[in-house]
Design a protein. Sequence first.
Lengths: 333, 96
Amino acid sequence: MEIITRREIKITQTSTELTMHDIFGAWKVRWGINRMNYKVEPGLYSVGNPDSNSPVLVTANYKLSFDSLRKELDSLKAWILVLDTKGINVWCAAGKGTFGTTELLNRIAIVQLDKIVAHKNLILPQLGASGVSAHEVLKYSGFRVNYGPVRAEDIREFIDAGSRATTEMRTVRFSIYDRLVLTPVELVNSLKMSLMIFGVLFVLNLMGLGPFGLVDFYGYEGALIVGCVLTPLLLPWIPGRAFAWKGWLLGFIWAVSVNMLNGWPLVPQYSLLRAIGYLLIFPSVSAFFAMNFTGSSTFTSFSGVLKEMKIALPAIIISIFLGSVLILINSFI
Amino acid sequence: MKHRYLKNVSTLKLESAKCTGCGKCIEVCPHNVFVLCNGKSVIADQDRCIECGACVKNCLFYALEVKPGVGCASAIIKGWLTGTEPSCDCSDGSCC
C-alpha cells in the first residue's frame, strides 16, 4: 500500500515596510515592555513575489530581528525562513542552541523548502554560526549554509555580490549608538532591582532607624545611571579593561562629586564617616551595574567575565556592607 | 576606539596538525581571530576571542576546541544562585 502524505504548504506574505505599530513595538521592547513576548510565527514568509530561484534568508522569530531583516529587502524578491527561537534574537538564541542545527533541519522539513525553491542554498546571519553546524545541515538536508553579513543592513550588498561577505560585513561593531539603544533596558531592569532597596530604606525611615534623605536617594540614583548608562556609553574611552573597574572609576568620581556638592570637607557638620560611606557604596553600585553590561556587549568572553566577577563581586559586596555600616553609625552619633 | 577586554583568558585552542586550511573558521568568526598562513589557519589574536564556539561548531576536521559560554555577568550570577549552567536566558535578566 502506498502512503501519500500531502501537507499544505503555508507561505505568509509580508511587507518590507514597517508600520507605526512595528516602530512603536520596537521602541517598547527597548524600554523592556513586553520584551520577552515580542514574537512572530515561525515558518516561511515571502517578500516581493519570490520564485523558485529566489534566495532564502533565515532568521529568528524575535519580531525585532524579523523586522530589521524585512525592512532591508525593499524591491528584492526573497524567502524568509523564520526559526522558532522562542522570541530570542539570533545571537542569544544561537548561544542557547535554539537557533541551531536541529531547529533549522526541522523547519526546512516543516515548510517543505525543497518543494518551494529549486536551489539548495540558505543564507544565515553570521551570528547564527555559534548554533549551527553548516556541514551537518548539508549532510542531513542537502541545503548548503552560507553565512551572510552580521547586520541586516548589508544583506542587499551581500546578495548583489553573489552571496559574498566582505570582512567589514563579517565584523561585529559596537558603536556608541549600538550601546545607546541598549541602555534603556539596563536602566529599567536596575530600577526594578532598586525598588526593593528603596522599600527597605523607607521602612527603616518609618521606624525611625535610618534618617535616609534626599542626598542618599539621588546619590544612589546617580551611581545607578553612571553604571547603566554613562559607563556603557563611554566604554572604550574609560581606562582599563574590566567592566566593573570602568564602572567603579566613574562611580568614584560621582561619589567625590556628591560629597563635595554637599560641602565636604569644608562644612564641619558633614562628617568623615558619611563621606567615606558614600565613597564605599556609590562606586560599588556603579561597578555592579557596569559589570552587568558585559552581557549586552559584543566582545566579552565567559572566561573573562568569570575572572572579572571573582574579584569584583566580593569586593563590591564587602565595600557596600562597610559603607552601609559607616552610614548607619554616622546617623546614630 | 577599539574595544579590548581582559587578556589571556580565552580557552580557544587550535590543533594545527588537523587543520586543512579550508577557511571556515575565518568565515564564521565574528571577531577576526584567525588568519590563513601558509595554507593553515592560525590564531592571530587570542584576546579577541569571545568563546562563542562558532568556529568549533563549523570545523569539519575537529581542529578547534573552546569551552563555550556566555560572557554575561547576570547569567553567571543566576547560574550560581540556581545551581545551573549559566545560559543566555533573559526571561527576567538584563542580558542580550
